[in-house]
Design a binder for this molecule. Structure first.
Ligand code: PHE
Length: 340
């Protein structure tokens, strides 16, 4: 038995492998359950007791040798495999890169920004965490206005003066505080409202705000600018309609409807058979707001408008559930634009 073991040790020492398969063959031959080493261990039973100790030691040596050899050969092949092999074989297929697509909210936001930049509006942004002043007070909200209610606004628990902005109108104040008229800018951004999530409402959504301040800006300018936007965005056949409305920070205020671009005004499900769909709120900036920002309301006038991006995207693509925008299901997301 001793001679047998010595012959195996000899074999192990001189073993060379050209491929990984040969290493694996070697491992199976010596070390697998039915391999040589376990076989020899089971033969130990027939070794006379006084020789067992010595035999056990040599057998262990054999086992360690075989294991060391396998480890050594494996590490050689592992090293060869990383990089060196890949770069030398130029016919290997490249890793597949999955192309993404833009989120529909991004597509619509960019399109709105493009339309307004072509007529001279620049883009600004403001913080999502605001103080009461920028979100409400400076915008002429009376102290007990219902929009300040806990139901609509997410306040920071320890300090009700800090809140998540409920609209992008807060950026109007930040821009007017810093810049002198003429001001012609749009502010895209995320807004937050403490509302139950449903197919039509979400607690997080996006708006684009517009602001134009200069001498002699009139309601006619407001109408023409928004008419231009509507025809660019929804198509040249689109008609607009302004309904009187109320916002604390604009006077007069209006909501703009567009003729339904699905049925052309005849009546359908999208326009709830009225022929019109509401798309934004707007108005002439209230003189109190201008004064809050140290802009002379005798000299300057201006208009502002704000629209929801989700709402606009839902109309454009006829999406009937706002929650789809936030679920990130790629089967939904990849329908809107092929990757560029
Ligand atoms: N901030 C208003 C809203 O969130 C929209 C608006 C903006 C209305 C600017 C008038 C002028 O509903």
């Amino acid at each position: 038995m001793k001679d047998k073991i010595n012959a195996y040790i000899e074999e192990i020492n001189s073993f060379k492998a050209a491929t990984q398969e040969q290493v694996e063959g070697f491992r199976i031959k010596f070390l697998s359950k039915k391999g040589i080493v376990p076989g020899l261990f089971s033969e130990m039973k027939s070794v006379p007791p006084d020789a067992r100790r010595e035999m056990g030691q040599i057998l262990n040596q054999l086992k360690n040798k075989a294991q060391e050899k396998v480890n050594e050969l494996k590490s050689v092949f592992d090293k060869k495999d990383d990089g060196a092999n890949a770069s030398s074989d130029l016919t290997l297929p490249a890793n597949f890169i999955e192309l993404g697509s833009r989120h529909p909210i991004t597509i619509v936001r960019n399109e709105i920004i493009n339309i307004f930049s072509r007529i001279g509006f620049v883009v600004s942004e403001g913080p999502e965490i605001e103080s009461d002043w920028y979100n409400f007070s400076a915008l002429n909200f009376p102290e007990e206005h219902p929009a300040r209610d806990m139901q609509d606004t997410f306040f920071i628990e320890k300090n009700p003066d800090i809140l998540l902005r409920t609209h992008t109108s807060s950026v109007q104040i930040r821009v007017m505080e810093k810049e002198k008229p003429p001001i012609r800018a749009i502010f895209p951004g995320r807004v937050f409202r403490n509302e139950a999530i449903s197919a039509r409402a979400h607690c997080i959504f996006h708006q684009v705000e517009g602001l134009y301040i200069d001498e002699n800006v009139s309601f006619a300018d407001l109408k023409q600018t928004l008419y231009h936007f509507a025809t660019e965005f929804f198509g040249t056949e689109t008609q607009t309609r302004f309904r009187p409305s109320y916002f604390p920070f604009t006077e007069p205020s209006a909501e703009m409807d567009i003729s339904c671009f699905i049925c052309g005004g005849k009546g359908c499900k999208v326009c709830k058979y009225t022929g019109w769909v509401e798309i934004l709120g707007c108005g002439m900036v209230d003189p109190n707001v201008l004064e809050n920002c140290n802009i002379d309301s005798e000299k300057y006038t201006g208009f502002a408008f704000g629209m929801g991006i989700e709402r606009t995207a839902m109309l454009k693509y006829q999406i009937n559930d706002i929650r789809l925008f936030f679920e990130n299901d790629i089967r939904f997301l990849k329908q809107f634009e092929s990757a560029i």
